[in-house]
Design a binder for this molecule. Structure first.
Ligand code: UDP
Length: 487
């Protein structure tokens, strides 16, 4: 068959967590929209989360399917069904979770043997997939889950270790040789930077970096106009190959698609939509901390008090289970009664993208996960930044200092599980700063401009649209070269 006409087949293998699966499905859809065949490799529980999206894509004529592999919970001592990273709620469980992911090598190889895909697009957190792809003579693309800014920050910390040259955890240091002056403290860094012992996480991080240097390249959920200095830094200074094809969430155009991303929402989306329809333009602040971040009862209470004191309308997503007596200790007495009609609490999973895109929403309190950050940017919203974990403190700097579309609530301490304590007064103040007054208007107009640029990037002829074309072309020529060398 003429290889130029042959349909390319891509294996997508995202890490098993909502913050990775959601953008991966959106990204896979972008490739499928260009006529490529996509197989998503995942485990039974995760496959069930996006089965509706896959069914819908098929009705749209897209060539997308799911190939299911079992997750070895029992073999590593994880509870049965612990197939998603957010279910691994202790350090021990997380280490076991990573061990289980490394055991997916054989089932993945079996699938590659059976289906002979042209390329393996696999999460950064599966560094071993570069070796698997090499074994089968296909390129491995890194499915990146961070921004260029944060990836470059992480790499410069590794190269120059400025955090080792300060005398305390609170003394700020500057990232050396960086396009902008970015100050951080040791307290804001993931714990593996500050631990001197080798752990599973530190070893894994080394493998991730090595894989980044030996893979075909990386695909980023970002767009050129958002972070040109850092895209250039990544490519020219760090010398790595990358394509930026985001914001991938923008492939969800109708309200139902937006509402169905990730998981079944805990609120009927019509009810949520109606509630928002009854509100004025830019009058609601949306408060959500992603799929992983957690707070204790007293912190949640502070958020409730802060929101009420801000006198703003809000949607607040709380992922806290009721206690053994079926009570919600975090809820101030009479809170829901007092804020009735003005504030909506979603207990569980929110249809985030649909909410952010609604014109009544005028601000976003976010934990700065990269997806949420980019969704906030795409919706043209001012943000209150409240980083908790992972690379979220880096994203906060990006939002507040580089993009200047957000204000920090004042979190200072990186945490693996429970977010830093913030007083209600700080929450109230930060929410007011992005919702009312001259400063809010100034931030909003900058945010709106960015939102427009985000949409333009994915339109035909936009930078992300073109970068996706070039990537597909490169994969095609690689496929042709590969096929020729096999003959
Ligand atoms: N999300 C959602 N509803 C929720 C919480 C999160 O739809 O109630 C989505 C959100 O839109 C984003 C993803 O889940 O796409 C979370 O990814 P992010 O990188 O922001 O944070 P993480 O969960 O990885 O910390």
């Amino acid at each position: 068959m003429d290889s130029e006409k042959r349909q390319l087949h891509l294996f997508f293998f995202p890490f098993l967590a909502s913050g990775h699966l959601i953008p991966a499905i959106d990204m896979a859809k972008q490739f499928a929209l260009r006529g490529l065949k996509i197989s998503i490799i995942t485990t039974p529980l995760n496959a069930s989360l996006f089965s509706k999206t896959i069914e819908k894509s098929k009705t749209m004529g897209l060539d997308m399917n799911v190939l299911v592999i079992e997750f070895p919970c029992v073999e590593v001592g994880l509870p049965i069904g612990c197939e998603s990273y957010q279910l691994a709620t202790s350090l021990d469980l997380r280490t076991k979770f990573y061990q289980a992911t490394a055991m997916l090598e054989q089932p993945l190889e079996k699938l590659i043997q059976e289906y002979a895909p042209d390329c393996l697009v696999a999460s950064t957190l599966f560094p071993w997939t570069t070796g698997v792809a090499k074994k089968f003579g296909i390129p491995r693309l890194i499915l990146h889950s961070m921004s260029f800014f944060s990836t470059c920050t992480a790499e410069c910390l590794r190269l120059y270790a400025p955090h080792k040259k300060v005398s305390s955890d609170t003394e700020p240091f500057i990232i050396p040789n960086f396009p902008d002056e970015i100050k951080l403290t040791r307290k804001q860094l993931p714990d593996f930077y500050t631990q001197n012992v080798q752990t599973y996480a530190t070893k894994m991080y080394e493998q991730v970096l090595e894989a980044e240097l030996t893979s075909f390249g990386a695909v980023f959920n970002s767009f050129y106009a958002l972070e040109p200095a850092y895209a250039n830094f990544y490519k020219k200074v760090l010398g790595r190959k990358a394509w930026q094809i985001g914001p991938v969430s923008l492939c969800n155009q109708d309200t139902e698609d937006k509402a169905q991303r990730g998981k079944e929402a805990s609120i009927d989306f019509h009810e949520c939509f109606e509630w928002l329809n009854s509100k004025k333009l830019d009058s609601v602040v949306y408060v959500c901390f992603g799929s992983m971040a957690n707070f204790n009862d007293s912190q949640l209470k502070e958020i409730a008090i802060g929101l009420e004191a801000s006198e703003q309308q809000f949607i607040w997503v709380v992922k806290k289970e009721k206690n053994d007596e079926g009570k919600e200790e975090w809820l101030p007495d009479g809170f829901e009664q007092r804020v009735k009609g003005k504030g909506l609490i979603i207990r569980g999973w929110a249809p985030q993208m649909m909410i952010l895109d609604h014109e009544a929403v005028g601000g976003f309190v976010t934990h700065c996960g990269w997806n949420s950050t980019l969704e906030g940017v795409s919706a043209g919203l001012p943000m209150v930044t409240w980083p908790v974990s992972a690379e979220q403190f880096f994203n906060e700097k990006f939002v507040t200092q580089i993009l200047r579309v957000g204000v920090a609530v004042g979190a200072q301490q990186w945490a693996r599980f429970l977010g830093d304590s913030i007083k209600s007064e700080a929450i109230e103040k930060a929410v007011i700063r992005i919702m009312v007054g001259a400063e809010a208007e100034e931030i909003r107009s900058r945010a709106r401009e960015l939102g427009k640029k985000a949409k333009k990037a994915v339109e035909e002829g936009g930078s992300s649209y073109s970068d996706l074309n070039s990537l597909i072309e490169e994969l095609r020529s690689h496929g042709i070269a590969g096929a020729a060398s096999k003959n």
